[in-house]
Design a protein around this ligand. Sequence first.
Ligand code: CU
Length: 192
Amino acid sequence: MKRVAALVVLALSLAASPLAVATGAGTEREKTPPGTWALYTPSEVPWRDGPESLPAGAKVAVLEGDPSKDGFFTMRLLLPDGYRVAPHWHPKVERLTIISGTLNLGTGDRFDAAATKALPGGTYSSMPPKMTHFAWATGETVLQLSSIGPWQVIYVDPSDDPRKTHRRGGTRDPRSPLPRDATTPASRAVRG
Ligand SMILES: [Cu+2]
């Protein structure tokens, strides 16, 4: 009896472990298929470096679904103090909740740190597709995107796209789906 209980505890802890999500085979969607419980307490959020579509220094955690695919997803972004994202747009609605810190968000094609609105923790934004915007962070800032994938970032100035610097000659079409990196290492393995 005791052994059964121990096995159950082990199975539960494996299922909830960020490590299991980060290293397991298959996509994030398969880890939390519809009808199963995706639960992350703050210390269990599976942060890792990325995504590739944003400048280096950010962290990303996929909590539900697969942002590179069609369908609902939830992911978090952690931006260090002073982090900047150049003007860009998304082909789909970007639904954003600020969890902590302050995101300074501006609209338009030109980055202007002075022309932003300070959005503190607790803010919700639902931005229509193709609206150009840019942002910078005051203090370490955590955002949550809960939206319908695929999530793509298209920079107004392609030279702002950090994916270009990863590939010689910048052969990648920025309009093609989000790089594998934007989801989970698991799905990277599957898709790569
Ligand atoms: Cu955006």
